[in-house]
Design a protein around this ligand. Sequence first.
Ligand code: ZN
Length: 441
Amino acid sequence: MTDQANRRHDTHGQVETALGRHLERLYPICRSISGPGLRETLDLIGEEVELQRSSIPTGTEVFDWTIGDEWSIRQAYIESLDGRRVIDFERHNLHVVSYSTPIDTLMDVDELDRHLHSLPDHPDWIPYRTSYYSPGWGFCLSQRQRSQLTDLRYRVVIDSTLEPGALDYGEAVIVGDCDEEVIFSAHVCHPSLANDNLTGVAVAIELAKRVRSLPSRRYTYRFLFAPGTIGSLAWLKMNPDATRKIRHGLVLTGLGGPGELVYKQTLHGDASIDRAAGHVVSRSGGSIRTYSPWGYDERQFNALGFGVPVGRLSRTPHGEYPEYHTSADNLQFISVPKLEQALDTLSDIVHILETDRRPVNLSPYGEPQLGKRGLYPAVGGKAASDAVLAMLWTLAHADGKHSLLDIAEISRVCSFEQIQDAADQLQRGGLLGPAPSRAPG
Ligand code: ZN
């Protein structure tokens, strides 16, 4: 399902992809869990895929949380008394703590220092800090910049507002044959950070386009672009009917950074999405982790009150690479080929969800004669013997209870694709029935 149409060559002859372009357009925006940056982000996503937008007003109760005031930031800087801006939000979105309250005052450097955040171990990186749920203000800067604040007093300005407004989210819904749903969720609340989580957003956009271009779909697909935690909780609060229809889901994040793919299982690790994603990710060289109540919005979907089976696809998870939540998580940190691999992996997972079935062996009394039905390859070689092996595995377990994915997993050697090809061939040869029907679970 590689999308050649989305590639073009730039002036340097480099292959430029839609994924890379989404990252470049979204990276400069100063996002937060509410406010103009979030809306601008949804506007850009909406240029790529049709989005249904929702605005949940300040003060709305969402389960144990309340939608807070909306945050807007116009400018923020630390200025020397002779008018030199030593730290300026204009230069980097991360310089101001997200949700900082307004301030405009002269301040002793000792007092200012209590509001500064830097990373001594990475003296050139700016950390990312937020203050969503406890009012306060602060600046983030590199350790090197901090060490240059040698004046006794500075002017400190944060021109921000925290006022009643709304929390925004957007969703692209692609209708299928039934109203059972698959949900993909990517958080859209981080300012200029690339891996976390513009990679999740970019891949979700392109996956939505691929799903939309499928000739037919069994499931209805929902792509949710919402601020982390409070945004997914707001969606869950506003959409109890849709929540009940979700059969499979994935949170997408950190797909362009270091390492192979990592699939984090749902709460009990026994959902169909665990099987499908586990199969594809482990065969691509990635790894599987069990559920933990720490992470992204999978924590909300899997909560006991909802019990929605949502796993998570990433590469090296948050907090396990030093660039996480720092200015070093920038566009240069991202590998676009890795994003493409993640997108292909997701396409393969969707393919399994869409096409898995439970076939029945119609000739179960011993091994059927493949040759007389034209199913035995005339030419030998590894591909031919693999194909025969896949047919034998399929016949061995096609009892109407095991799905194609079950059989692939039992064999330990065949991919879903190989078992599916084998089943299609056996079906054409009259050895397997019934016709493709509903997927298991
Ligand atoms: Zn984050």
